[in-house]
Design a protein around this ligand. Structure first.
Ligand code: ADP
Ligand code: ASP
Ligand code: MG
Length: 464
C-alpha cells in the first residue's frame, strides 16, 4: 500500500458541490490516505474580518459570526448521512462556533488581540471544515476520522503567526497516530507550541501541514489538489495564457513559492526535499475518476545543456519596500551590515533580501515591516551612514528555471523584455540562487512586468 497524503485547499472547498467532489476524489484512491483540509473558501478571511471588528464593534463581529454559522450548519447538514451522524456533527460544529464566539468576546473585553489568541481564532476555519469532510467521507462508505493536530503531536517552535514544525519532536508522535489503517482527516494551518497553545503556519499554511505530515509519516507522495492545471508558468489571473509546467525541481518550486506564486505555501518544499517525497499537483475541476498529476515536483533531474534562455515560470509579490542605507563606502566598511542586521533582528523585523553597492546598502522588506525598520535604524545611526531612506510601493518579480545562473543571456532577456515595455527596474538581482533571479519594480508596473517576463518563458524548458 502506498502512503499518500492528500491536501484540499479552500479553492477545492468553495461550494457544496466542490466539497462533495473532493470526497469523490478521496474515494478514487481506493485505499486509506491522510487528508489535510483547509478552511472552506474565504472563511479564514471572514474570521480575520471578525477579529478586526471584535474589539470596537462586537455587533459587527456577531453579524459575521452569523454568516460563518449558517455556512457551516447548512454544509454540515448536507454532508452527514443519517440522523445520528447529523446530530453529532451539528453538535461538534456548534461547540466549535461557541468557542470561536467566546474567543472573539474575550478580545473585545481585553481590548487587544494577543498573538497566541489571534492564531487560535484563525485556526477555526480548519477546525470547522475537518469534521464536515470526515462525516462526508463516512457517508461515502470510507472509514474516516477527524484527527486534530493537538491530539496527534504536530509540534511547532511556537512562533505565533509564522510557526515552523519541529520535525524531530513531531515525527514519532505523528507516525504513531496516523497509521493509514483508516482515513484521517486533519485540519491544516496550525500545530501546537511546546506549551500546548495553537500556532499557525502563516497564510496558506495547510500546504505546509500536509508536507510536514507526509515527511513525518514517511509518505510516498504528497498530492495537492488545486483549481488549476497544476503549477503554471505564471499566475493565470495575471497571465491568462499561462501553461502547465509538467516537472519542477524542488529548488524551482521553493523559489517560485518564496517569490509569491500563491499556489504553494513558501515553506512546503522544506520537509519534503531531503526525504525525496514528490509533490503531485492535480486539478479537482478536471477530475474524471483517475489520479493523474499535471505537475510533479521532485529531485532535479539535471539540465543537459545550458540554454540561451531558461525561464520556466514567473512569480510576483507586491507591497514590498526598500530601505536604502547610504554613505560613502558603506559597501566595503566593516560592521555596517552587521549593525543594521543586529538592530533589526533585536526588533524582530525580518529582512526579505539584501543587495549592497559601495555607496548604498539596500534592504528589502514586506510593506508592514518597512516603517518599523526605518524607525529602528534611524533611531541609532552608526558612523559612516549619512542617510537611511525608504522606497515604498515596490513589487518583486522573479524568473525561475534550472540553469538560470549558469546560462548566458537569461538576465539580459529578462531586462530587455522589461525595457521593451518601458518598465523601470528599481533593483535587480541574479546569481543568489542557481534557479532564480528577480527585479523590483513599482507596484503599478507589476502586472505588465510579469507579462513581459512571461513572454520570455520557453516551452521547451517545460519538457518533462
Ligand atoms: P488553495 O486554496 O487550494 O490552497 P490557492 O488559492 O492558495 O489554493 O492557490 C491556487 C491559486 O494560485 C490558483 O487558483 C491561481 O490563481 C494561483 N496561482 C498563482 N500563481 C500560480 C502558478 N504559478 N501556478 C498555478 N496557480 C497559481
Ligand atoms: N485557511 C488558511 C488560509 O486561508 C490556510 C490555508 O488555506 O492553507 O490562509
Ligand atoms: Mg493555498
Amino acid at each position: 500500500m502506498d502512503k499518500i497524503v492528500v491536501k484540499f485547499g479552500g479553492s477545492n472547498l468553495k461550494t457544496l458541490a466542490d466539497i462533495k467532489r473532493s470526497a469523490k476524489v478521496v474515494k478514487a484512491y481506493n485505499q486509506h490516505i491522510i487528508v489535510v483540509v483547509s478552511a472552506f473558501y474565504g472563511i479564514t478571511n471572514t474570521i480575520s474580518e471578525a477579529i478586526g471588528e471584535a474589539i470596537l464593534f462586537p455587533e459587527e463581529a456577531g453579524k459575521i459570526m452569523q454568516r460563518i454559522r449558517s455556512i457551516h450548519f447548512e454544509t454540515a447538514d448536507a454532508c452527514a448521512a443519517g440522523a445520528d451522524e447529523k446530530k453529532s456533527l451539528l453538535e461538534i460544529i456548534d461547540v466549535r462556533l461557541k468557542e470561536l464566539e467566546r474567543l472573539l468576546k474575550g478580545i473585545h473585553y481585553i481590548g487587544a488581540v494577543p498573538d497566541f489568541t489571534r492564531d487560535k481564532i484563525l485556526s477555526y476555519g480548519e477546525r470547522l471544515a475537518a469534521p464536515v469532510v470526515a462525516a462526508l467521507l463516512r457517508s461515502e462508505g470510507i472509514a474516516a476520522r477527524e484527527m486534530l493536530p493537538e491530539n496527534i503531536g504536530l509540534i511547532t517552535d511556537g512562533k505565533y503567526g509564522n510557526a515552523t514544525a519541529d520535525l524531530a519532536a513531531s515525527a514519532p508522535l505523528l507516525k504513531a497516530s496516523l497509521t493509514f489503517q483508516e482515513t484521517a482527516v486533519v485540519p491544516g494551518f496550525y500545530g501546537t507550541a511546546k506549551d500546548g497553545r495553537c500556532a499557525i503556519f502563516g497564510r496558506g499554511g495547510s500546504d505546509y501541514t500536509a508536507a510536514v505530515i507526509a515527511r513525518c509519516t514517511g509518505a510516498s507522495s504528497f498530492d495537492l489538489w488545486k483549481d488549476v492545471d497544476g503549477f503554471l508558468s505564471s499566475d493565470p489571473r495575471v497571465v491568462p495564457e499561462s501553461k502547465t509546467i509538467p516537472f519542477l525541481s524542488y529548488a524551482e518550486a521553493a523559489e517560485l513559492a518564496y517569490f509569491g506564486a500563491k499556489v504553494l505555501h513558501p515553506r512546503t518544499v522544506e520537509p519534503l526535499e531531503d526525504a525525496g517525497i514528490p509533490i503531485r499537483v492535480m486539478n479537482v475541476e478536471k477530475f474524471n475518476g483517475t489520479i493523474e498529476p499535471y505537475t510533479e515536483v521532485a529531485q532535479d533531474r539535471g539540465i543537459t545543456e545550458a540554454k540561451d534562455a531558461v525561464i520556466k515560470s514567473v512569480a510576483s509579490s507586491e507591497d514590498l519596500g526598500i530601505l536604502q542605507i547610504e554613505g560613502p563606502g558603506v559597501g566595503s566598511r566593516p560592521g555596517i551590515l552587521a549593525w543594521a542586521a543586529g538592530r533589526l533582528d533585536a526588533a524582530a523585523v525580518n529582512i526579505s533580501s539584501v543587495i549592497t553597492a559601495q555607496t548604498c546598502i539596500n534592504l528589502i522588506f514586506k510593506k508592514d515591516d518597512l516603517a518599523k525598520a526605518l524607525a529602528v535604524l534611524k533611531a541609532d545611526v552608526v558612523g559612516g551612514v549619512i542617510a537611511v531612506e525608504a522606497v515604498e510601493d515596490c513589487s518583486m518579480i522573479a524568473a525561475v528555471g534550472s540553469g538560470i545562473r549558469d546560462s548566458i543571456g537569461a538576465g539580459a532577456s529578462m531586462l530587455q523584455a522589461l525595457a521593451d515595455e518601458h518598465i523601470n527596474v528599481v533593483l535587480a538581482q541574479a546569481g543568489a540562487s542557481p534557479v532564480a533571479m528577480y527585479v523590483l519594480v513599482k507596484n503599478r508596473d507589476r502586472e505588465n512586468a510579469v507579462r513581459a517576463i512571461h513572454s520570455m518563458t520557453r516551452e521547451d524548458s517545460w519538457e518533462k
